[in-house]
Write a protein that binds this ligand. Structure first.
Ligand SMILES: Nc1nc2c(ncn2[C@@H]2O[C@H](COP(=O)(O)OP(=O)(O)OP(=O)(O)O)[C@@H](O)[C@H]2O)c(=O)[nH]1
Ligand SMILES: [Mg+2]
Length: 351
């Protein structure tokens, strides 16, 4: 039986003005550059960082280097201050877009300061901002607080947030070589995002940006899991591993929507698909989540489950910012230089 090939929709309102994608900092630039390998409806790519090495990830697109004075990376506020000088350029980038994708790894200084700033500009200009962020590894304790604060801030500003836990992606890709681990993780994230954004070279049933946005439209966090299996019962194994990742990250019962994309061998059957969807729906949202799905099959001995679940009001990452937890969401000023209306870039120059 021949299955339909993927084709792009002719009329696509989201793309009428276009999707603009911005990668920020090291992880953000590396992940965005992975998306450049796929045929996606992204109008333009932009890379923003304070490190010129990060900009070298760009395969094409615009590069914006935000210079810092020596020692300017000690606090997110300094980076934010330096970035404020480039606000006009950021506004120009998003001006002609319908939607802005912002990719960043939270926990460092660059992505944690500039991704929320871009989301803020989007909000002010009524542009839909989809943040795709990674959270630090377990061993990066010193990055957890910064990441937790930035995540909270993004939640208030972005229309939707896809959260990827570096730790979970690494756990679910045991075959990935330790050497060059970031590259392996980025390739996984890029592959998963490309499928959720509607790009695929294989045969099957595609999902598209509308299904993705519909799944994310819950007002809560979205978690992205990617799990592989080459076991004989690969599909079940991969889906269960993805679900286990969710259980370690948030309460699966609070998920209200899910988007499942499976990549399997040419033997992938409709009953395989049905049992995978049943597994997911049984584990989430008190057994009645709204589930969208897609699949593709190719010559492979590995099965991959890409699972985006959505609607979480809280996740384990809330513990990364204990202050906000103690203050129970009463205002924690995480961008003081903005509220003072001062540019810390200029303040540093006074030293
Ligand atoms: N998935 C992925 N994570 C990365 C990569 N590079 C760094 N990270 C992680 O992303 C988080 C933030 O690190 P960076 O991206 O270097 O941070 P940054 O925004 O560039 O800011 P600074 O490096 O502090 O200037 C950390 O948890 C890193 O482990 C990458 O290529 N891929
Ligand atoms: Mg960096």
């Amino acid at each position: 039986m021949s299955s339909p090939t993927f084709s792009k929709p002719v009329e696509d309102s989201v793309n009428a003005k276009g999707i603009v994608a911005i990668g920020v900092g090291t992880a953000g630039s590396a992940i965005l550059s992975q998306l450049q390998d796929y045929d996606l409806d992204i109008k333009s790519f932009h890379f923003v960082s304070c490190d010129k090495n990060d900009l070298a990830f760009a395969k094409r697109g615009e590069k914006m280097l935000i210079p810092l004075q020596l020692g300017g990376k000690v606090a997110t506020g300094y980076v934010r201050g330096a970035a404020l000088k480039f606000l006009g350029k950021i506004e120009e980038i998003i001006e002609n877009s319908e939607m802005v994708i912002v990719a960043a790894g939270l926990g460092g200084k660059v992505g944690s300061s500039i991704a929320p700033l871009i989301a803020e500009v989007c909000k002010e200009r009524s542009k839909k901002c989809m943040a795709i962020i990674t959270m630090p590894f377990k061993f990066e304790n010193n990055k957890h607080f910064t990441a937790g604060v930035a995540l909270k801030r993004l939640r208030k500003l972005a229309a939707g947030i896809i959260v990827v836990d570096n730790q979970e992606i690494a756990n679910n890709a045991p075959q990935a070589p330790l050497i060059d681990a970031y590259h392996a993780i980025n390739a996984k994230i890029g592959f998963a995002l490309s499928r959720l954004l509607g790009g695929a070279e294989e045969h099957g049933i595609a999902v598209d940006i509308h299904k993705l946005l519909g799944t994310m439209d819950t007002g809560g966090y979205s978690l992205l899991e990617v799990a592989d299996s080459s076991a004989p019962n690969g599909l079940e194994d991969a889906v269960k591993n993805a679900l286990k990742s969710i259980c370690r990250t948030a309460n699966p019962e609070s998920a209200t929507k899910a988007l499942l994309f499976l990549i399997g061998s040419e033997k992938l059957s409709s009953s395989d698909l049905h049992s995978s969807i049943s597994l997911v729906s049984g584990a989430l949202g008190n057994g009645s989540p709204e589930i969208n799905y897609g699949f593709s099959s190719k010559q492979t001995s590995t099965t991959t489950a890409i699972l985006l679940t959505s609607g979480y009001r809280s996740t384990k990452f809330d513990d990364y910012d204990p202050l906000a937890k103690i203050l129970a969401e009463s205002e924690v000023d995480d961008a003081p230089e903005t509220s003072l209306g001062l540019d810390l870039g200029d303040l540093l120059a006074l030293d």
